[in-house]
Design a protein around this ligand. Structure first.
Ligand SMILES: NC(=O)c1ccc[n+]([C@@H]2O[C@H](COP(=O)([O-])OP(=O)(O)OC[C@H]3O[C@@H](n4cnc5c(N)ncnc54)[C@H](O)[C@@H]3O)[C@@H](O)[C@H]2O)c1
Length: 372
């Protein structure tokens, strides 16, 4: 099969769909791998490394789109790419189509098989191609909280670890899922005192088992959160209610109550944020101060570490890409329910029920629209 990857056109996106190591594995499997020249530059993947891995470098992205049976990307195609999408092609990338009706229609009209990373789901309900990005965001969240707590800047000027004679910082984490666990790992590693809230006792139990004696794990309630925040230095928003906006667990009053120079890292901002005073920021201008408290609300945190996030993404996607290339999309989808659950659009039909529902379109089964 011919597998291709192109330079990402979305602004602030430096990741690339396949690393040279991934390209090498695909070439070893007997595939042809096409890489647009310079596609991996921002992620530390040089043209030289791709060439050494056996990939073919292609000057023009159009040629990659024209020749590849399988396009592996990071983000959804941008307007300049719409005309390049063609039938009998498989597209494997983050798509988040519910917010993109125009692109959805183009994918329907072009009859591609579009598989969204975000909807590939294992039988236990987990989302293996979203997990690496949550892990990165969680680890960054604790680091960023620690950084903005220091001077110069509006932070209160506290060392997260404390030391003999000076108290460690108190980090409050809302949620005990993937982002939260990774944030706690780094916060505990840096020596912070951590309080975590979730609505699920099993998640709280797991946190306590992972870091016995280093965390206080509490059932989420407005009163308990308000109490913990009175003495918090860093608040990390890491809640998720699948398919819904993030619950607003922290009111403006609670933010004010944290006191000047505290720091909020609202990772859940991509779902609207868990804090009343949160509003989305970008890597160019990541923080603002409201009620005396520093707010960091960047929706694509992993974008700041494209080398790490590209490697982590390829590690997660490569087994699926190899299977798609080895078996062809039809047999790969028939053989792997996790991959099949990721199909959003195929052969001109919307396959994913939630997507069809949110766009008011009819839904078809994959059996009715299997690619050839
Ligand atoms: N900003 C970024 O760059 C970035 C990157 C990755 C993920 N995210 C976002 O971070 C959020 C968390 O992702 P995740 O992968 O950790 O999700 P997850 O499903 O693993 O964890 C979410 C947790 O929130 C808990 N929760 C739900 N309602 C709650 C409530 N009222 N009180 C306390 N806990 C509650 C759930 O029980 C669950 O344990 C999501 O919105 C995700 O999209 C943002």
């Amino acid at each position: 099969m011919i597998v291709g990857t192109v330079r990402e056109l979305k602004s602030e996106e430096y990741r690339v769909g396949i690393t040279p190591e991934g390209a090498h594995a695909l070439v070893e499997d007997g595939n042809v791998v096409l890489v647009e020249r310079g596609a991996g530059e921002g992620a530390g993947c040089s043209d030289l490394a791709y060439a050494a891995a056996g990939a073919e470098l292609v000057a023009d992205a159009h040629d990659v789109w024209a020749r590849a049976d399988l396009i592996v990307k990071v983000k959804e195609p941008q307007r300049a790419e719409y005309a390049s999408i063609r039938d009998e092609q498989t597209l494997f990338t983050y798509l988040h189509l519910a917010a993109l009706p125009e692109l959805t229609q183009i994918l329907i009209d072009s009859k591609v098989t579009a598989i969204g990373y975000e909807t590939v789901q294992l039988p236990d309900g987990s989302l293996p191609l979203l997990v690496p990005m949550s892990q990165i965001a969680g680890r960054m969240a604790a680091e960023i909280g620690s950084q903005y707590l220091r001077k110069p800047g509006p932070g209160r000027g506290k060392l997260i670890s404390g030391l003999p004679g000076a108290a460690a910082a108190h980090v409050v984490v809302l949620g005990a899922g993937t982002v939260a666990e990774n944030a706690i790992q780094v916060a505990v590693g840096l020596g912070a005192r951590v309080t975590v809230f979730d609505t699920r006792l099993d998640k709280l139990r797991r946190v306590q088992e992972l870091w016995p004696g280093r965390t206080t794990a509490l059932m989420s309630s407005p009163l308990a959160i308000a109490q913990a925040l009175r003495d918090a230095d860093i608040l990390i928003g890491a809640v998720l209610v699948p398919g819904a906006s993030a619950p607003k667990l922290v009111t403006r009053d609670m933010v004010r109550g944290m006191g000047p120079g505290a720091v909020i890292v609202d990772v859940a901002i991509d779902q609207g944020g868990a804090v009343e005073t949160s509003r989305m920021t970008t890597h160019d201008n990541p923080v603002y101060v409201e009620e005396g408290v520093v707010h960091y609300c960047v929706a694509n945190m992993p974008g700041a570490v494209p080398v790490t996030s590209t490697a982590a993404l390829t590690a997660a996607t490569l087994p699926y890409v190899r299977r798609l290339a080895a078996l062809g999309p039809r047999d790969a989808l028939l053989a792997d329910p996790a991959l099949a659950s990721g199909v959003l659009v195929s052969e001109g039909k919307v396959i994913h029920a939630a997507l069809a529902h949110s766009l008011g379109m009819p839904v078809s089964t994959l059996a009715e629209a299997l690619p050839n």
